[in-house]
Structures are given as C-alpha cells and as structure tokens.
Design a protein around this ligand. Structure first.
Ligand SMILES: C[C@@]1(CC(=O)O)C2=NC(=C\c3[nH]c(c(CCC(=O)O)c3CC(=O)O)Cc3[nH]c(c(CC(=O)O)c3CCC(=O)O)/C=C3\N/C(=C\2)[C@@H](CCC(=O)O)[C@]3(C)CC(=O)O)/[C@H]1CCC(=O)O
Ligand SMILES: NC(=O)c1ccc[n+]([C@@H]2O[C@H](COP(=O)([O-])OP(=O)(O)OC[C@H]3O[C@@H](n4cnc5c(N)ncnc54)[C@H](O)[C@@H]3O)[C@@H](O)[C@H]2O)c1
Length: 154
C-alpha cells in the first residue's frame, strides 16, 4: 500500500464478516469485538479463542453471495484461493482485508496501544507486522514511563 489514509472507524452500527475461524480470525475478532462491531464469522470450524456467544457463526464454507450484506470483510482462511474469491466478490463500496495477500487488501489492520483517552496505532505499511508489534510494545513502555498510559485503563 503506497498511499495509506489512516482513520478511526466507528463500527458499532456496521456488519463485519470474518471468513475463516482460525488463529488469525481470532485475533481480528477480538479487536472487532473491542470496537463493538456486529461480527459474523463464516467458517466450518471455530477455534477455542472465538466465543460463539459473542458473534454470529455462519457454519459453512464460504460461497459467493455470503458477504453481500456486509460493510467490512476480512478474509483469513488458510486457503489463498478462497481469500482471493472473497476479495473478488466484494463490491466497490465494501472494504476488504485479505490477511494472506497485501495486494488484495483495501485496508490493513494496525497494532495499537490504547487506554481511556489515548489511541496510538502503528503500521509498517504492510512491510513487517512483527516489527509493528515490537514497536507497539516499546511505545507502551515509553508511555508508561511518562505516566501517559495506565495499564488498568487499557
Ligand atoms: C499489526 C497486526 C494487526 C492485526 O492483525 O490485528 C498485523 N499483523 C499482526 C501480527 C502478525 N502477522 C503475521 C505474524 C506472523 C509472523 C511470523 O511468524 O513471522 C504476526 C505475529 C503474530 O501472529 O503474533 C504474519 C503476516 N501478516 C500479514 C501477512 C500476509 C502478507 O504479508 O501479505 C503475514 C504472513 C502470512 C503468511 O505467511 O502466509 C499481513 C498483515 N498483517 C498486518 C497486521 C497488516 C500489516 C500491518 C503493518 O502495516 O505493519 C497486514 C498487511 C494485513 C492485515 O492483517 O491487516 C498484528 C500484530 C498485532 C499486535 O500484536 O499488536
Ligand atoms: N494478516 C495476518 O496478520 C496473518 C498472520 C499470520 C497468517 N496469516 C494468513 O492467514 C491464514 C490463516 O491462518 P490461521 O493461522 O488462522 O489458519 P488456521 O488453520 O488456524 O485457520 C484457518 C480457518 O479457515 C477456515 N476455512 C478453511 N477453508 C474455508 C472456507 N472455504 N470457507 C470458510 N472458512 C474456511 C478453517 O475452517 C479454519 O477455521 C494463513 O494461511 C496466512 O496466509 C495472516
């Protein structure tokens, strides 16, 4: 992504589809539920880290048409062909993240440090997510030394 446009989105009135129910899906679902999004998981399986009571589980393999009513879509099955199909099926007014292919993504998820009155986000523009995670941890430590980040809040 050469020209990213960073924004904070209110997802409380949005429908977000996560395709796949594995480890990566679990991380994305956690962030989406923190943001109070209405989350739909389309996947034949759901890993233990996803609480079925907190999402709508559509227990099936992905098929074209499943995302037609969704605002935001995250494709994170372990099958790149399926993820590509999801990206192809999305219309121009839907936003898609293909977790297995940067080139097919309209947006990237970011690493974040958050407390009640502060949100710091980190992106390497897709180049190194591990580095983003590491930088996030260092920013958190730095904020703690300044007393700008209260662990109990965030
Ligand atoms: C920040 C974070 C947010 C989140 O996920 O919410 C995030 N990835 C995180 C972790 C992480 N990602 C990966 C590992 C294993 C690494 C290893 O083992 O070496 C770990 C570490 C872990 O799992 O601990 C591997 C990986 N990631 C991507 C690909 C595919 C590709 O590069 O095309 C592959 C290879 C898959 C494969 O091999 O097939 C792609 C993306 N990952 C992004 C975000 C976006 C760019 C962010 C940026 O601009 O910097 C982007 C482009 C799309 C997206 O996902 O939005 C979160 C840390 C959150 C935190 O902890 O704070
Ligand atoms: N972007 C990131 O942050 C990141 C990080 C690591 C890996 N990845 C990518 O994410 C992919 C998934 O990783 P994982 O560890 O979550 O895998 P996983 O094996 O834990 O989970 C895969 C999930 O996809 C589901 N699935 C498979 N076929 C499906 C279909 N046709 N329709 C719906 N669901 C289907 C499975 O049932 C399972 O729930 C990896 O292959 C890799 O390419 C992305």
């Amino acid at each position: 992504m050469n020209y990213p446009y960073p924004i904070n989105i209110d997802l409380t009135r949005k429908r977000v589809a996560v395709i796949g129910g594995g480890k990566v899906a679990a991380r994305k679902v956690t962030g989406l539920l923190d943001a109070k999004a209405n989350v739909f998981v389309i996947s034949p399986t759901l890993c233990d880290a996803i609480d079925p009571a907190k999402i709508t589980w559509i227990k099936k393999e992905y098929a074209t048409g499943d995302i037609s009513e969704m605002d935001i879509i995250i494709a994170c099955t372990d099958n790149r062909r399926v993820n590509r199909q999801v990206a192809k099926d999305a219309t121009h007014f839907q936003l898609v993240n293909d977790a297995s292919n940067k080139k097919q993504s309209d947006f990237f998820n970011v690493a974040r440090v958050e407390s009640k009155d502060l949100l710091v986000t980190v992106s390497t523009k897709g180049k190194s997510p591990m580095k983003a995670k590491q930088i996030k941890q260092e920013i958190r430590q730095w904020l703690e030394t300044k007393h700008w980040f209260n662990q109990e809040e965030g």
